[in-house]
Design a protein around this ligand. Structure first.
Ligand SMILES: [Fe+2]
Length: 248
């Protein structure tokens, strides 16, 4: 193949994949009014309808718990879930929906682990996220505490932590330590940055991704998820047999 034809070679355009092959979306912000996700019930319902339209058949929604910004509690989240279920019922929308949380790794999270006040899903999974600015010094310690307490940690959107983009061994180390990695579906569109997309594709290539999440906060995310369905790396991930979403 000549240099020019290589340069202009287009990636194959794939038919949009049916996200019913993923089954359960396990990362989203659909409980109204408690974090930076859906601001009211009407929008929550519409987001759920549209996510179902993409093929999802179950939701585990995960409001932020972060001591600085979102001081949500287990009780508050479960109360919000009850309200959302009631609203779905009134709209005749029949879909399984559960709630857990997206825990920001901070001292408050450590306190909750000690108190065993943690919302889990599936096989005792706990979804947690890190600072986007700097690798937390306490990461190893907190992971140890979590695992010693019997929880199975899932790191949310590892591809978005840019401080690891040039240190790919960090991801391999985490997987070696039995930390599950959850890729954001929309990272593959390049919406966060080209580097985030590249990192997500590399994680898929190396077989390091166990869960896929929409991380849906608003309608813009639905639009991106609609477009990303033709992405070749997404197809590779979904057909890899490595995703555990169906087990939830
Ligand atoms: Fe999130």
């Amino acid at each position: 193949m000549s240099f020019l034809s290589k340069l202009f070679r287009k990636k194959p355009v794939l038919d949009p994949i049916d996200l019913s092959l993923v089954g359960t979306d396990m990362h989203s912000h659909l409980i109204p009014g408690i974090d930076d996700g859906a601001p009211n019930t009407e929008i929550s319902i519409d987001l759920i309808r549209k996510l179902m339209g993409l093929g999802y058949s179950k939701f585990i929604t995960t409001p932020h718990i972060m001591s600085d910004y979102y001081r949500n509690t287990s009780e508050g989240i479960l109360r919000g879930l009850d309200g959302l279920r009631e609203a779905l019922h009134k709209e005749n929308i029949s879909v399984p929906i559960e709630a857990a949380a997206e825990y920001f790794l901070d001292e408050h999270f450590e306190k909750l682990i000690q108190e065993k006040d943690i919302l889990t899903f599936g096989d005792n999974y706990v979804l947690f996220e890190l600072s986007f600015m700097i690798e937390p010094a306490s990461l190893k310690k907190v992971l140890f505490e979590l695992q010693m307490a019997g929880y199975k940690p899932i790191l949310a959107h590892p591809e978005r932590y840019s401080y690891w983009h040039k240190d790919f061994d960090k991801f391999r180390e985490l997987v070696d330590r039995d930390v599950f990695l959850q890729l954001n579906l929309n990272s593959l569109t390049g919406t966060y940055s080209p580097q985030v997309q590249k990192c997500g594709e590399q994680l898929i290539k190396e077989g390091l991704v166990s869960f896929l999440g929409s991380d849906c906060h608003h309608h813009g995310h639905i639009q991106l998820s609609t477009e990303v369905r033709s992405n070749a790396s997404l197809h590779e991930l979904i057909y890899s047999g490595k995703l555990l979403n169906q087990s939830l």
